[in-house]
Design a binder for this molecule. Structure first.
Ligand SMILES: [Zn+2]
Length: 314
């Protein structure tokens, strides 16, 4: 068991060893929320459950089919209209820690924002512990390139041996300007290079956002705030190019709504939640573009190759 993702990928499904709890506030609603991560049964995936609502179906499976809002964060909803918002950073942590099955109970409308990154969720998962389950893990293998968007914002998925992401952003702000980042997810790169990158916003946009009901819980404790040529957070940045790394983090979380690890390469140019969701829709609409495939480890793959070469006619 060497890597988070990549050549020596986990071949069996994984879940949490025990339940674990945290408290926080919702980034957009500003309300206090409690969240408990529970182990999940094999083949059940990630399922959210609202514990503050009764009288209707309160479970919301984490799938791209259930996305109901993707403007500033990703929100999911079920047929009864029960919703859960701001799921993407937790989903990124679950993806990065290779957790296939979990039940996420939340007593409010949003997953808590914590410090604006995925690191607190990775810490929670590590504290709970991880166990393997007796079911094979399957990956979504990309078979041909699928692209959505235009010259201003676009994203694509293309075939690849591992899961990798390259991302480019361009902002007029001199603090951000143009940044790019390419990550191959293997040997713990999610934890070392991505999971600590925080969400960000511009001071001049905050008032407007709050008037429209967003970012009410946002503060320097859970977001990088850019003001003109400056970053208002006292401690500065966690990575030189923390902004583009956070875009990669969002992307990992949104892509995990496909239901498992991806074997393929994602490229994003100035894309966000809604472009990523359109990309998943376009991918699944084309039967030639993807297939589910069981993950194999290196040893098993080389044994299979040897067996094939023995059986091959001389
Ligand atoms: Zn984010």
């Amino acid at each position: 068991m060497k890597s988070v993702k990549g050549e020596a990928a986990y071949v069996r499904q994984r879940t949490l060893k025990s339940a674990i709890h945290c408290n926080g506030i919702g980034l957009h609603t500003g309300t206090k929320v409690s969240m408990t991560l529970h182990p999940g049964d094999p083949d059940t995936g990630i399922v959210f459950r609202r514990t503050d609502i009764s009288g209707s179906d309160t479970t919301i499976p984490a799938t791209w089919r259930n996305v109901v809002d993707d403007r500033l964060c990703t929100s999911l909803g079920n047929d009864d209209g029960v919703c859960i918002g701001s799921i993407e950073h937790l989903m990124a942590a679950l993806s990065g820690c290779d957790i296939d099955n979990a039940v996420v109970e939340v007593n409010g409308p949003e997953v808590p924002v914590m410090d604006g990154s995925a690191a607190p969720f990775v810490f929670l998962i590590e504290c709970a512990g991880v166990v393997e389950q007796e079911r094979p893990r399957r990956a979504l293998e990309i078979l041909k390139r699928v692209t959505v968007g235009n010259h201003q914002r676009r994203a694509s998925l293309a075939p690849g041996k591992n899961f990798s992401i390259s991302f480019e952003i361009e902002f007029e702000s001199p603090v951000i300007a143009r940044q790019e980042c390419t990550i191959i997810f293997a040997n713990g790169t999610f934890k070392s290079d991505i999971c600590r990158a925080r969400t960000f916003g511009f001071e001049h946009e905050v008032t407007k956002l709050r008037e429209t009901g967003f970012a009410r819980g946002g503060s320097l404790d859970n977001a990088i705030v850019v003001s003109g040529d400056n970053i208002l957070n006292q401690g500065g940045l966690r990575y030189d190019n923390e902004f583009v790394r956070h875009k990669v983090l969002d992307c990992i979380g949104d892509l995990y709504l496909c239901g498992g690890p991806i074997l393929g390469h994602f490229h994003g140019y100035r894309s966000g939640h809604s472009v990523t969701h359109r990309l998943l829709k376009a991918l699944f609409a084309d039967d030639q573009a993807w297939r589910y495939t069981p993950l194999k480890d290196d040893l098993q793959a080389s044994e299979n190759r040897q067996a094939a070469s023995v059986q091959a006619p001389a």
